[in-house]
Structure formats: C-alpha cells, structure tokens
Ligand binder design. Structure first.
Ligand code: KG4
Ligand code: ZN
Length: 371
C-alpha cells in the first residue's frame, strides 16, 4: 500500500503521523454513537488529497433521550440501551441510501468506549453487522478522542492546529487536561479526582430541582444572577497538581438548600446558580493556566458538553489572551460539544488515515476505556 504524499510541510502534524496501508485518498465515513443518552449517526466526507485532510459533514442526526431520562433525574443505563435499539435502526434507515444502504459509506467508525456498557453495545453491534454485510473496514473509536476530534469539524481549526496542543476536555463523565503531541498522541496531565465538571452541574441542578441535564439549566439561571452572592468552594484551586475535584460543590449546595428550608426560586436561585457556575469555571480556568505555565504549547482548545458553557468559554479565552498571548486558541466546536456521531466519524478518520483497521469479529464495548 502506498504512503500518503503531500503532508510533509504541514507544521509537524500530519507529516508526523505514520501512514500505513492507506488505500483511499477520499472516502465517506459512517459514524455511530451510543455511549450514553444520545443515539447519533453521521456521514462525513474526508479528502486526504489535501495537504491537511479536509472534512465535510454530509449527513448528521442525533436522537436525544433527554426527555426520557429527565423523568428519573439522570440517565438510567438499561433504559438508555433499550431506547438506542429502535433509534439506531430508525436513524440508519433515514441516513443511508434506501436502494443501496451498504454503498452509502466506505468506512465505519463506532464508539467502543468509555460509556455505559449496554448502551455502547448497541452501536458496536450495529457496526459489526454493517461491517459483516458490507465487507467495509471498521474502526472502534475512543469517545474521548471523538470529543477532541470535534474541533476538526470546524474548518478554520484545520490549519491552525499546531502541536503541542493543550486540550481541556470537559463532559458529563470526564474533566481532563490533555497534552496533545500530535493527532492521536495524548498525555493526560490532569484529571478530576471525583466528580467531572458536567457531573457537578448535573448534581447541583438536581438538588435545586432544575432537572436533567443540569449544565444548561444552571447556566440559564446563572446568566441572570450574581456570581459573588454565595460563598461556594473552589476545591484544589491552589493545589500544585493539575488535578481537579468537584464533589465538594454538591455538598456545599446541599447545605445551602437545607438552610433555606423552602425551595429556592427567583433572584436567590439565579444567584446560587451563578455562584456555582463561577466556582466550576474558576477551577477550570486556574488549572488550564497552570497547565500552560508548565507546558509550552502552541494551541489550546476546549471540547466536551461543558464547553457549551458561555461563561467558561469567555473567562478562559480572556485569561489565555491576557497571560499567554502567544498561544493560539482554536475555535470551540459548540454545536458538536455534546455527544454526536460526526465527532466519532472524525476521530475514526484520523485512525483510518493512520492505517488502523480493527477486526469487527473481535470488537466489543470497552466501558472503562481511557485516552
Ligand atoms: O459531552 P457530553 O454530551 O456527554 C458526555 O460525554 O458526558 O456532556 C454532557 C454534559 C452534561 O453534564 C451537561 O450538564 C453538560 O455537558 N452541559 C453543560 C452545558 N451544556 C451541557 N454544562 C454547562 N453549561 C452548559 N451550557
Ligand atoms: Zn461525551
């Protein structure tokens, strides 16, 4: 198989990715995502004839189960898995060609982990069936790499993405500072010791009766509130490590709620939401600045569901411009920040371009997978 030509001068990025057995320079990749409570299917065109491969979303659909899980105040794994099955069938039949479904794609990418075991298996089984019937190659994707690859879906980021790059990955299940040395090369330099940032949003929102998911609700109320109104802890803010901890927040909020006696609403609720949001944001900003002090990087990007938070994006971008003006901030892929299959297809494309091919017969969900 021939090596890819033409990436030599692209700033130490694709040039350093070793191409092995790359057999298609343009291809359409099908992405499948079922790791938690979103069923999603995407088709992405990849053009690797370019110096830096170009990607274009051809089709993308997400079926969210939020309404179903909201009733329970959080995701119920068994319900999530059972709901993925008909949703996956429905999305695939809509997104793939009716006449020749197996000719709608050249490569399959599916989230294999981390996530809920039974939910992941729905996507993995669908990918295995498609791989078996079509004979097309399949790539099992790490969901966390998917979140990072979501930034590749923003055209302006492609050429700006230089290495090393610092990634702040903040989702419902993960809060990690990742030193990205190249595409597909990661070193986790900081992570949460307990709850993830998204979990802190979700758990405090539940205590305040704001439903699931908590992040958007807290930030909606927080926009109207005073972030200095309540004294909410900022755990490990001055700890010399890059690790974080968010579980103390829910304890603090529980105490405030208990002291209030009646259900919080109006200005007081807005103030508490703003204070909680600001505490989470302050910790994330401080840890990011600390990481930038220790590691000389060229670029920075925030990804994951919590990166949809406006206050976080505004504060972090202002702080980096002030303290590290030479670091280029990539655009945050807000519309792809929460779980979606386009980012899984993008990460699958990185791996495929590297020459990875996975055996569909041996593929299984890997709920505890890490970067
Ligand atoms: O990345 P994601 O969709 O799922 C995981 O991989 O975990 O992230 C979901 C998380 C939830 O915890 C949700 O509350 C949070 O992202 N989130 C937000 C916002 N939108 C979603 N958190 C803060 N502010 C938001 N605007
Ligand atoms: Zn996710």
């Amino acid at each position: 198989m021939d090596d890819i030509q033409g990436f030599e001068d692209c700033q130490g990025s694709w040039a350093q990715v070793r191409y092995r057995s790359f057999d298609m320079k343009t291809f359409r990749i099908l992405g499948l995502e079922t790791s938690c409570d979103e069923t999603s299917v995407a088709l992405l065109d990849v053009d690797a004839k370019q110096k830096i491969p170009r990607v274009k979303i051809v089709k993308h659909a997400i079926s969210s189960q939020i309404d179903i899980h909201a009733k329970y105040g959080g995701v119920v794994p068994e319900v999530a898995a059972r709901t993925h099955v008909p949703e996956m069938v429905s999305l695939l039949t809509k997104q793939l060609s009716r006449a020749k479904p197996l000719e709608s794609f050249d490569v399959i990418a599916v989230t294999k982990g981390p996530g809920l075991a039974t939910a992941l298996r729905v996507g993995v089984n669908a990918a295995q069936t498609l791989a078996w019937l079509s004979g097309k190659p399949v790539i099992g994707v790490n969901h966390l790499e998917g979140h990072i690859a979501s930034a590749w879906l923003i055209p302006s980021n492609r050429k700006k993405w230089k290495f090393p790059c610092l990634v702040l990955l903040v989702s419902g299940g993960h809060s990690e500072l990742v030193l990205m040395k190249n595409f597909c090369h990661y070193e986790v330099i900081g992570s949460t010791r307990d709850d993830a940032a998204g979990e802190a949003f979700d758990k405090t929102a539940k205590l305040l009766g704001l439903g699931y998911p908590g992040g958007p609700a807290i930030s909606r109320h927080g926009e109207k509130g005073d972030p200095t109104a309540f004294d909410v802890p900022r755990p490990m803010l001055h700890d010399p490590s890059l690790d974080m901890s968010f579980s103390g927040l829910k304890t603090a909020v529980r105490r405030i709620v208990e002291q209030e006696k009646k259900r919080m609403k109006g200005k007081r609720l807005d103030d508490l939401c703003a204070s909680v949001e600001q505490a989470i944001v302050d910790v994330l900003v401080a840890k990011t600045l600390h990481a930038l002090k220790i590691h000389a990087v060229k670029t920075f990007v925030i990804v994951g569901g919590v990166s949809a938070n406006k206050r976080l994006r505004a504060d972090i971008s202002k702080a980096i411009r002030r303290d590290f003006p030479s670091v280029t901030q990539l655009e945050t892929p807000v519309e792809f920040s929460t779980d979606n299959a386009a980012m899984i297809a993008a990460a699958g494309a990185w791996r495929y371009l590297k020459g990875e091919r996975h055996d569909w017969k041996k593929m299984d969900a890997e709920p505890e997978l890490h970067l």
